[in-house]
Design a protein around this ligand. Structure first.
Ligand SMILES: [Zn+2]
Length: 232
């Protein structure tokens, strides 16, 4: 299939790979998905991915009859569909329940140091780090573990860090019925640390400040808390 003239033309587009290059420029807030993205079920997706991944390994020159390698295509396919990219499928989106805020607590709620693992959509290698999330209750609250689930759901997609940050913030605003949401993400990109410029220490920070978090004092209160080392 790769040898049809039309696809050959696409292969020549490898010359244009540096149009994006290693600068992880942000793009639209929505993950670019095709309209028919979920017409195939998971079983068929895994079967096709395994087949194509086997082809990639074969092209690389690996001996797929080797005991250690022969299960890899199916393993990768399952990991992609059921784990690391399961957040592409809206069926897997968390549906957090809201609670009335009985205590009339209208101060800031912060959940910091949420570990996340995502994948860079330009290289398909991990982006991992910590997310710090805050909101000011509009009268409704959600369980803290639900914030965690929302972070994990959007992380489990091929991503750029800027979009991931915005998607988490937008979802929290919708769920919590407030604009007063802040998200800060601090991450390492394997595509930067393990290849390319090979900078093993650099980290990338992104942030989103909505509503009251645009006030200096509110933003500072949140960032001070995030920057205070946890006592444990
Ligand atoms: Zn990358």
């Amino acid at each position: 299939m790769l040898n049809t003239p039309q696809n050959h033309k696409n292969l020549n587009d490898l010359d244009n790979i540096d149009d994006i290059g290693d600068d992880h420029v942000g793009s639209q807030a929505e993950t670019p998905l095709r309209a028919d993205a979920f017409e195939m079920d998971d079983e068929l997706k895994m079967e096709l991915i395994a087949k194509h991944f086997k082809e990639i390994m074969h092209v690389l020159g690996m001996d797929l009859t080797d005991d250690s390698l022969k299960g890899t295509p199916a393993r990768v396919a399952k990991m992609y569909v059921k784990e690391v990219f399961s957040g592409l499928n809206p069926e897997n989106k968390p549906q957090p329940k809201l609670f009335e805020n009985k205590y009339k607590y209208d101060q800031m709620l912060v959940e910091k140091d949420i570990t996340f693992y995502s994948h860079c959509e330009h290289h398909f290698v991990p982006i991992y780090g910590k997310a710090h999330v805050a909101y000011i209750s509009s009268g409704k609250v959600i369980g803290l573990s639900k914030i965690n689930r929302i972070v994990q759901y959007y992380s489990k997609r091929p991503q750029v860090q800027e979009r991931l940050t915005v998607q988490i913030a937008e979802e929290l605003k919708k769920v919590l019925e407030t604009e007063d949401v802040a998200v800060v993400m601090d991450a390492s990109h394997m595509c930067v640390s393990s290849r390319g410029v090979g900078d093993t220490n650099s980290r990338t920070g992104t942030s989103y400040f909505g509503g009251k978090f645009n006030d200096d004092a509110t933003r500072r209160e949140f960032l001070n808390y995030v920057n205070t080392p946890s006592k444990d």
